[in-house]
Design a protein around this ligand. Structure first.
Ligand code: XIL
Length: 314
C-alpha cells in the first residue's frame, strides 16, 4: 500500500524508512510503516557499537526486533552498517595492527551477516569512507591499512557470510558534481576491476530545501549509474528551518518531487529509503542547529504536503 505500492507499480523494488524498536512500537509510527513501507533500515540497531559493544560479546535484541518486524510485515531489510568511522566501540578504535584489525572485521561481519543470512536485501558494507574534499577519510580502518584494501576484506567477508545479499558502498554529499563524487565512482570501478564483490552504491541524500544540488540530482544519479551497479537512495531527507516559511514549505514539496522523479527516470535506481517517518523523530534537529522539518509527516504524524509532492514524483 501507500508509497511502496506506488513505486513498485512503476517498476522500482522498494520504498521504505529507517526505524528501530522504539518507533516500531509507537502506534502512530507503526501504522505509517505498515501502510507505506516495503523496506526498513535499522537507524542504529545494526551499527557496530550496538551489536558488538565489547569484543566477542554480541547484543542482538534491537537488530532482531527490526528484522522480525520487517519480515513479518512483508518488508525487505537494508543492513546498516559494518565499516564506518562513527558509532564504533573503543576497543575497535584501539586496534593498531593490520592482522588484528583484519580478523576483527572478518569476525564481526561473519557473525552479523551470518545471523541474518538470507534475510537482508542489501548491506551497507562500508559507509562514509571519503572526506568531503574527495580524499580517503581517516578512520581506524584507513589508518591501519593505509590504503583501500580494508574494503576488500570487508566486502569479501560479507560475500562469504551472505552470498545473496547485495553489497553496497554508501556515502553522503554525493548529490552534486564534486571530486568526492568522482572519486567515489572511481573507487567502485577499481573495486570491481579487482573482483571485490560490490553490487550497489548508496547515496544518502541528506538534502537542503532549495539547494542548487536538487535540480541537478538526476545527473548525479547518472554518474553513480556509470559504476554499473544498483543505485539506492539510502537516507533521504530534505531539511529546512525548524520553523519554515510558507515559501520553504512549498519548495520542499517541489524538492521531494524532483528527487522521486530522478530515481524513476534512472533505470538502475532501485529504491528509496527516507531517513525517518515523522519530523518529531528525525535526527536532523539534534545535529543541524535550527534546522528540521525534513520528513513527510509532521510532529503529530500527519501527512505534510511534501508527501503528495513525493507521490507525484513517483
Ligand atoms: C544517525 C541516526 O539517525 C541517529 O539516531 C544517530 O544518533 C546518529 O546516526 N549517516 C548515516 C546514518 O549513515 O547512520 C546516520 O544516522 C545519519 C547520517
Amino acid at each position: 500500500t501507500g508509497l511502496n505500492a506506488a513505486i513498485r507499480s512503476k517498476g522500482k523494488k522498494y520504498f521504505g524508512f529507517c526505524s528501530d524498536s522504539n518507533l516500531i512500537n509507537n502506534g502512530d509510527n507503526q501504522a505509517i510503516l505498515k501502510a507505506e513501507a516495503g523496506q526498513l533500515t535499522g537507524e542504529n540497531s545494526m551499527k557496530w557499537e550496538s551489536i558488538q559493544p565489547n569484543q566477542g560479546s554480541y547484543s542482538w535484541s534491537g537488530a532482531d526486533t527490526l528484522v522480525n518486524f520487517a519480515l513479518n510485515n512483508n518488508m525487505i531489510v537494508r543492513g546498516h552498517t559494518f565499516v564506518w568511522h562513527q558509532q564504533i566501540p573503543q576497543w575497535l578504535k584501539n586496534i593498531n595492527n593490520k592482522q588484528t584489525l583484519t580478523s576483527a572485521i572478518q569476525s564481526h561481519i561473519a557473525a552479523v551477516a551470518g545471523r541474518y543470512k538470507g534475510k537482508i536485501y542489501a548491506w551497507d558494507v562500508a559507509n562514509e569512507v571519503f572526506e568531503d574534499n574527495g580524499s580517503r577519510r581517516s578512520s581506524v580502518f584507513s589508518n591501519v591499512f593505509n590504503d583501500w584494501t580494508f574494503l576488500d576484506v570487508a566486502f569479501n567477508a560479507a560475500k562469504a557470510a551472505d552470498p545473496d545479499a547485495k553489497l553496497c558502498l554508501n556515502d553522503y554529499n554525493l548529490d552534486y558534481s564534486s571530486s568526492k563524487l568522482t572519486n567515489f565512482v572511481q573507487l567502485v570501478k577499481d573495486l570491481k576491476s579487482r573482483n571485490v564483490p560490490i553490487d550497489c552504491v548508496g547515496t544518502q541524500s541528506h538534502l537542503v530545501v532549495g539547494n542548487g544540488a536538487i535540480p541537478s540530482y538526476k545527473s548525479t544519479l547518472d554518474s553513480l549509474a556509470t559504476t554499473n551497479t544498483e543505485v539506492q537512495i539510502t537516507e533521504l531527507d530534505i531539511r529546512t528551518s525548524s520553523s519554515p516559511s510558507q515559501q520553504q514549505m512549498n519548495q520542499q514539496v517541489t524538492d521531494y518531487k524532483t528527487v522521486a522523479t530522478a530515481c524513476m527516470r534512472t533505470s538502475s535506481c532501485s529504491g528509496i529509503t527516507i531517513w525517518g517517518v515523522s519530523d518529531r523523530d528525525s535526527w536532523v534537529p539534534g545535529v543541524f542547529n535550527g534546522e528540521g522539518y525534513a520528513l513527510l509527516w509532521d510532529n503529530n504524524y500527519r501527512k505534510k504536503s511534501a508527501y503528495q509532492g513525493f507521490l507525484d514524483g513517483i
